[in-house]
Structure formats: C-alpha cells, structure tokens
Design a protein around this ligand. Structure first.
Ligand code: FDA
Length: 306
C-alpha cells in the first residue's frame, strides 16, 4: 500500500504528467467525483444545494506556489470577491487558503498583508479564514503567519498534520493563543525521519493531539477533525465526553452519507469544496489516500471513455 501511495504522490509532483494528464477527458471525468466544477459559480451552486441538506461548507480555490506576487495579489482579490458573494447568497461557507498560493515562498511580508486583508474581510462578514498546511518546508512560516493573524483577528484557523512528529510541540506553542485548529492526518510525501509511518501510530497521534487541543483551548477556539475516519472520530468523541466538543470537516464527494448522519446526530459538520483549474496535484493527493480503489475507479473511466 505504501508503494502505491508513494507512486501516486510521485506522479503528483512530476512536471511532464502535470502538464499532460489534466488534458485527458477520462482524467477530467474522474476528478468530477471530488469537485463540482472549476469555477466559483460551480462551488456556490454546490454549496447552495448542500445548504438545503443542512450541510455547511468551506471553499478553497486550487493552486499553490505562485511564481509572482502579482499572481498572489490576484488570488487574494479573488478570495475577497468570494467572501462577498458568499455573504450575498447568505451561505454558511468559510474559506481556506494555501499560504504558497498567496505568495508565502516569495515574500512572506506581502503575503501577510494579503492574509490580513482576507482576515479583515472574514471579520466584516462574521465569517472565518483558514490556513491550509502544505508540505514540511512551509510549516514554520505558516505557523508564523498564523500567530501574526491571530494576534489581530478572532476568526482565523490553521490546519495541523498529525503525521508530523513536531505537531505535538506546535500545538503546545499555539494553545496560549486560543487557536482554531483543523487537525488532519497529512497528505504529502515527506522524509521518513520527520513523520510517523504506520497508520496505527498516526491514528493514535491524531487521537492524543485532538484530546490535547480540547483540553487546552479557550472560549473562541474551535477544533475541527478534518478526516473521513469515522471510527477515529467516534473514539475521540467517546474519550472527549461528547460529540459537541468538536466539529467534523470532510472533503466534498468523500463519505458524505456519514457526514450527514453525524450532522443529524448533533455533530457540527462542514464539507470542503475545492474548485479551480489547477486541480491535478490536489486530485492525485486524493487518489493517494486510497490508492488501489481510486486508481481502479480512474481506470474504469479510461476504459469507458467516450
Ligand atoms: P484515512 O486515509 O485513514 O481514511 C479513512 C477512510 O476514509 C478510508 O478508509 C476511506 O474509506 C475514506 N477515504 C479517505 N480518503 C479517501 C479518498 N481520497 N477517496 C475515497 N475514500 C477516502 N492535508 C494536508 O496535508 N493539509 C491540509 O491543509 C489538509 N486539509 C484538509 C481539509 C479537510 C476538510 C480534510 C478532510 C482533509 C484535509 N487534508 C489536508 C487531507 C488529510 O491530510 C488526509 O490526507 C485525508 O483526509 C485522508 O485521510 P483521512 O483522515 O480521511 O484518513
């Protein structure tokens, strides 16, 4: 299983495949399972449909590692506009951004200015801004940006990855800020010495980290379990003494019946909708999470292409 995951994550970073595979119709058809479309309008329509089923949402425009700060500025302006459109439509839809999509690896100061503006817009609408967590070279800078944002804004959250050995210490350092945290297992191909490798060990780290966050957070902070692992969620609910102590966030198109059931059982839930044209590496990371089943599904689309 590890070999299949590594092969798919290798393909996610391969330049030739990045340039060629997204043009194939069978690939585009496979990705439709995980995203409603490439435009923000597609995402808004999907969010409105989910709202009718009492399922709040979160948006992210796919993209990472922009190469100029003017590109980063366009991304920030796009998100400012999206915050307004969400408000106009009265949707309960938060926004999550990748720091390198806003220029973090080019100019962290200018990125902070972009993020400050987004956080202020979130405050203006009573909405929330989240920072995704990317691969390990970006963790320190992302935490640094979060600390600065959190100093001035209540409605900002950050994603932390349970597979990283350092995350326990990162949580201890964030808890005095009353942080809002989305805890995930982690999606990137990382050097073996900095991550837990066995799925059981990652799950146990995840459980302990979730309980530690619940023990240490204050009045404002939220804990979102960003996982489709229903058994793990139930174990944490049992240990934490209730479903109402945290939220459950899942990705659009994955285990939605479970998420809706949890909502009906008094969990606070949310579905993350990704949109945009830059979907190839993101889609391959989804395949890597369940490599055998998802590759077979994609191949079935290849065989039945028409
Ligand atoms: P696990 O992989 O153990 O899966 C549990 C079960 O869920 C599987 O048995 C399967 O049934 C189902 N499942 C999971 N993934 C599936 C898939 N792709 N297709 C079909 N079934 C699937 N990562 C990161 O590094 N930085 C980030 O910012 C984020 N942000 C984020 C937000 C949200 C809301 C979610 C849900 C996830 C992320 N992730 C992320 C991704 C995360 O790190 C992780 O890779 C995935 O959530 C898959 O791991 P699970 O926790 O679901 O468990």
């Amino acid at each position: 299983m590890g070999v299949a995951r590594n092969a798919v994550l290798w393909a996610a970073d391969n330049r030739w495949l990045r340039a060629h595979l997204p043009r194939r119709r069978w690939v585009r058809r496979s990705v439709a399972r995980f995203m409603p479309g490439e435009t923000v309008q597609d995402a808004l329509e999907a969010a409105a449909a989910l709202a009718e089923r009492d399922l709040p949402t979160m948006f992210t425009e796919l993209g990472e590692n922009v190469v100029t700060m003017s590109e980063a500025r366009s991304v920030a302006e796009h998100y400012l506009h999206v915050f307004d459109r969400i408000a106009e439509r009265g949707l309960d839809t938060e926004i999550s951004v990748k720091p390198t999509h806003l220029g973090m690896d080019l100019d962290p100061e200018a990125t902070l200015v972009n993020l400050e503006e987004l956080a202020a817009k979130a405050d203006e609408h009573g909405n929330w801004l989240w920072l995704d967590m990317e691969s390990h070279p970006y963790v320190d800078d992302t935490l640094g940006l979060y600390r600065k944002l959190r100093a001035g804004h209540g409605h900002v959250g950050i994603c932390l990855q349970a597979y990283l050995k350092r995350t326990h210490a990162d949580i201890e350092s964030l808890l005095p800020l009353d942080p809002t945290i989305r805890l995930v297992k982690g999606a990137y191909k990382e050097p073996e010495d900095i991550v837990f490798r066995s799925p059981d060990v990652i799950d146990e780290a995840y459980r302990r980290l979730a309980l530690r966050i619940l023990q240490g957070k204050g009045e404002v902070g939220r804990l979102a379990l960003g996982t489709h692992d229903v058994d793990l969620i139930e174990r944490i609910a049992y240990d934490a003494g209730g479903h109402d102590r945290f939220e459950v966030h899942m990705l659009y198109g994955i285990r939605q019946p479970d998420l809706l059931r949890m909502g009906a059982e008094s969990h606070t839930i949310r579905s993350l909708i990704a949109y945009g044209t830059f979907w190839y590496p993101w889609y391959l990371r989804r395949i890597a999470e369940k490599p055998v089943e998802n590759t077979l599904l994609a191949l079935r689309n290849l065989v039945t292409r028409g």
